[in-house]
Design a protein around this ligand. Structure first.
Ligand code: PGA
Length: 252
């Protein structure tokens, strides 16, 4: 049975103190009421060690939002996968459209990041998704497939077990425009078919595929109700504990 996941992506928000306060609030909420899914928070690098320590005995897991495409050495300002792992984080988000677009992360760079993350014992939440122009040209399937082929379909079957896919249509991220549950289900089913072609039907069935893009408590139940949508990757609504908890509760 594949895992249901609700993962937060704080992006470049929260000072260390604000992040600790948010993680503490969430920890207390979920200690009082156990979630029916795996819960992950993706935080900036500076929070990782403190928040991992804080959440050590809680159900919440911690993710980085990025890692370097090099192992170590003279790369000023970069943070390696080994460093992320050493903080206690279990996951890393890679391939987010903001990284692809604003930081020119190509499929080749992302492939190196994925390889290093896995080699260092991290699990990867790998993001894919089309732009508005690509959706209007009906290219969403081709775009998603190419992004998978470019950065993760070289992995072995064993490595694949540590991959979570997040489908995030760029036109829905932070815009308030959610894909309809039908639109999302259609492409999630297609993504699962692509995974089956490479890793087989069982592995595809075991793969967690998250939806991301203006997901909130009000639309999460409908999205998560679809057979191929296994949870969400949440940006804006992960920045307030009650909002995020509302999405987690969609699995109730
Ligand atoms: P959003 O972001 O929920 O604010 O649309 C989602 C994401 O970028 O992961």
């Amino acid at each position: 049975m594949r895992k249901k996941i609700v993962a937060g992506n704080w992006k470049m928000n929260k000072t260390l103190q604000e992040g600790v306060a948010l993680a503490t609030e969430l920890k207390n909420m979920l200690a009082a009421e156990k979630p029916n899914c795996e819960v992950i928070i993706g935080t900036p690098f500076i929070h990782l060690a403190t928040v991992s320590e804080l959440l050590k005995d809680s159900v919440i897991k911690v993710s980085a939002e990025n890692c370097a495409n090099k192992e170590s050495g003279a790369y000023t300002g970069e943070v390696s996968a080994a460093m992320v792992k050493s903080t206690g984080a279990e996951y890393v988000i890679l391939g987010h459209s903001e990284r692809r677009e604003y930081y020119n992360e190509t499929p080749e760079i992302l492939k190196d990041k994925v390889d290093l993350a896995l080699a260092n014992g991290l699990k990867v939440i790998f993001c894919i998704g089309e732009s508005l122009a690509q959706r209007e040209a009906n290219e969403q399937e081709a775009v998603c497939k190419a992004e998978l082929q470019g950065s993760v379909f070289h992995l072995s079957a064993e490595q694949w077990k540590n991959i979570v896919i997040a489908y995030e249509p760029i036109w829905a991220i932070g815009t308030g425009k959610t894909a309809t549950a039908e639109q999302a289900e259609e492409i999630h089913a297609y993504i699962r078919k692509c995974v089956a072609e490479v890793y087989g039907a069982q592995a595809a069935d075991d793969t967690t595929i998250l939806y991301g893009g203006s997901c909130k408590a009000s639309n999460a139940p409908e999205l998560f109700g679809k057979p191929d949508i296994d949870g969400g990757l949440i940006g804006g609504a992960s920045l307030k504990a009650p909002d995020f908890k509302g999405i987690i509760d969609a699995w109730k």
